[in-house]
Ligand binder design. Structure first.
Ligand code: G3P
Ligand code: MG
Length: 253
């Protein structure tokens, strides 16, 4: 298996620079770029009409001025939501972003992306993959892209569509399951992304020895995380890249 020649940075801005701007928005990605982050992590889902958008929750309530399930919105209704003022007045009028618009911005800014296929409860993993993956393959170079998911079916379908060596896939785990190696082999994963407080040093070593890049999320305490770098962790997915940069100095990109 030959993976694309990806050069992951030490820091990946989680949902964009989400401590600085409303998560998963154009502003959050621009803020990450301004903070010298070369990669962002973003969540991708479908609206009810099949439009791929950058959004984390199953619902719109937490991050917009609206209410209701994301799948009950089409683009006409979702694009009217204010997705910025919940975060701060300076983001009033920020709009939900379609995947295609976000891909254009990432290309324009020359940034890499970890796109997470977010399969919330009751949503169809295959429909998401079939809509999203062809768009992604055409939009960004494989060297600047990792597609991840907690959902094994989504990863399997992605691998089917992308072929054996065209796209780097990341297996996401809240805690590493006993069958992690089998799950990663099933999709010829490039990387494993784990919730860092539950990670043990021996697990990190086993993943590294099996040939995977190991990424940790969501790491917001640079000093508590500091010993983990020596475990061979490739990247920290963080809401606060600027705090890490103050801590790590020039080694962050
Ligand atoms: O991709 C890493 C992380 O984003 C996974 O969790 O809930 O923040 O999407 P969540
Ligand atoms: Mg995510």
């Amino acid at each position: 298996m030959i993976h694309p020649a990806i050069s992951l940075p030490r820091l990946i801005a989680h949902r964009g620079f989400s401590a600085q701007a409303p998560e998963n928005t154009l502003s959050a990605v621009r803020a990450a770029k301004e903070a010298n982050c070369s990669w962002v992590e973003l969540d991708v889902q479908l609206l009810g009409d099949g439009t791929p958008v950058i959004w984390h929750d199953a619902d719109v309530a937490r991050c917009s001025d609206g209410r209701g399930a994301l799948q009950d919105f089409n683009w006409a209704s979702a694009s009217k939501l204010d997705v910025g003022s919940w975060f701060g007045d300076s983001f009033n009028g920020e709009r939900m972003v379609q995947l295609k618009t976000m891909l254009s911005l990432l290309d324009e800014l020359d940034m890499g992306a970890n796109l997470e296929l977010k399969v919330n409860k009751g949503r169809d993993a295959i429909a998401l993959v079939d809509r999203v993956i062809p768009m992604i393959l055409d939009a960004l170079p494989a060297e600047r892209l990792v597609v991840s998911s907690f959902d094994l079916n989504a990863l399997k379908r992605t691998r089917e569509l992308a072929g054996p060596d065209r796209l780097a896939l990341g297996s996401l785990f809240t805690s590493l399951p006993p069958d992690w190696a089998k799950r990663c082999q099933a999709v010829t994963a490039y990387s494993i992304h784990v919730h860092w407080p539950r990670l043990k040093r021996a697990q990190a070593q086993a993943m590294r020895e099996a040939g995977y890049q190991v990424l940790c999320y969501t790491v917001n305490d640079p000093s508590a995380f500091e010993p983990h770098w020596a475990w061979g962790i490739k990247s920290a997915i963080t809401d606060v890249p600027a705090s890490f940069q103050r801590f790590l100095g020039d080694e962050t990109t």
